[in-house]
Ligand binder design. Sequence first.
Ligand code: DHB
Ligand code: MG
Length: 222
Amino acid sequence: MAEPTPDAWRAVDQYFTETLVGHDPALEAAIRDQNAAGLPPIEVAPVNAKFLHLLVRIAGARRVLEIGTLGAFSTIWMARALPPDGHVVTIEAEPRNAEVARANLERAGVGDRVEIRLGRGEDVLPTLAAEEPFDLVFIDADKESNTLYLDWAARLGRPGTVVVVDNVGRGGEVTDAGATRPDVVGTRRGLEMLGTDPRFDATALQTLDRKGWDGVAIAVLT
Ligand code: DHB
Ligand code: MG
């Protein structure tokens, strides 16, 4: 058996991506334009995007909430998993990101089923409380706010709602109980909430993909 060296796990990620995810011109153009606009290259890896797409389908989700749009790469993948009457609400704090995301969504043909709400999560999330519950929530924004986002996910969902949190491994730093970096502290607090708050039943998986060593948490609302 090969050792899990960086070259070896990158080759596996590439093999999975080529074999199971494939290519799509609108998604590749979205990344190209996102990079050209100077957005950080921190969108989910293609295998992770396909995972989100499949979760939307497995859950039979009709209403999806995303916190952290960036250039809408994950948004497009989730929107494409929805039934014809499905809808994504995606929250983005940076106007420039939202502008790039809007163009990417239109080009991918899902502009009519995605609503970008511009603003910080803590300001936008309370405005969604009057809407129908969400069936799936994807949290992928500033990690220091993960507990706030999880609390809103629980309030805006219903029993059975799927909640996914990106970047819970942070290159192994998540095990550092003495961490002071706000993103690591926020990630740890979010995981502790998923483990102890009775509104969630959760687990997490480590990931090794083109973005390196990280992880994804998945929960269901009880
Ligand atoms: C960062 C944020 C992300 O959502 C991600 O997937 C990777 C990195 C970051 O802020 O560094
Ligand atoms: Mg992320």
